[in-house]
Design a protein around this ligand. Sequence first.
Ligand code: PDD
Length: 287
Amino acid sequence: MSTIVYLNGEFMPLEEAKISPIDRGFLFADGIYEVSAVLDGKMIENQPHMARLDRSLGEIGMDVPWSMDEIADIMQQVADKNGIVEGMVYLQITRGADWDKVRDFGFPKDPKPTMFMFGQHKNLSADPAAEKGIRVITIPEIRWERRDIKSVALLAQTLGKQAAKDAGVDDAWMVEDGLVTEGTSNSAFIITENDELIARPLTNEILPGITRIAVLKLAEEMQLKVVEGKFDPEQAYKAKEAFSTSASALVAPVVEIDGHRIGDGKPGVYTKRLRELYLEEARKSIA
Ligand code: PDD
């Protein structure tokens, strides 16, 4: 089955989807994106993703002609049309092409946003990376200051992921002023020897992860002490467990940081339980 994508009001095969080279997403990374997970053929937690999308659009002053419910409905249609049972739907909205000025830093007078979506199959519930755990390195944080906005400007993250790849590991955690901010495309957590789950507080310095919210709630229900605080790489090396969360990997156990083995080098007990509970809750919410 060929991949069916959505572009500006139409569903079409990927090969037929065309966007202007003067689209502001291409020229200026002037756009917002979202990635939502699909389990059992249904979008999970898509309402909070839509709330974050709405907020991101507002923060960059972009009005769109679609309601968040309409967008969520189209995302589900993308999953359906591609027969996605498990995986993700990617959505991107840019400020469109400025036919008048072609390339002007200021916003066009009458912007016509571009909306694009595609789906991806991925084994989320039995992800081999989650069984084995992932290895990460730390790298300097070089992103802009509004990381709370889910901007399509992802050059720093692509460089980070490539640095991880070059180092022969799976991902990179970014470090600013000696403290871990987050992973290149996920929220970062550690569990200390005292069974405290440390999560960086939500500010402009990190993206407010949707998976993060659910996992912190589950952690509290599991009687783990949740501490919203910052941690440094040294604390992470000595952690009992470490993990990251995202719509594309759900809860990913981290078993090595900068060559330091975390715990016994296998996914931790708490992390595995959080992952199981997250999957259970997500499935219940769509049943
Ligand atoms: N990334 N932090 C960053 C920088 C991210 O890019 C993401 C998600 C997260 C986790 O957010 P959520 O739990 O809402 O997925 C945290 C997506 C998956 C991506 O860029 O592909």
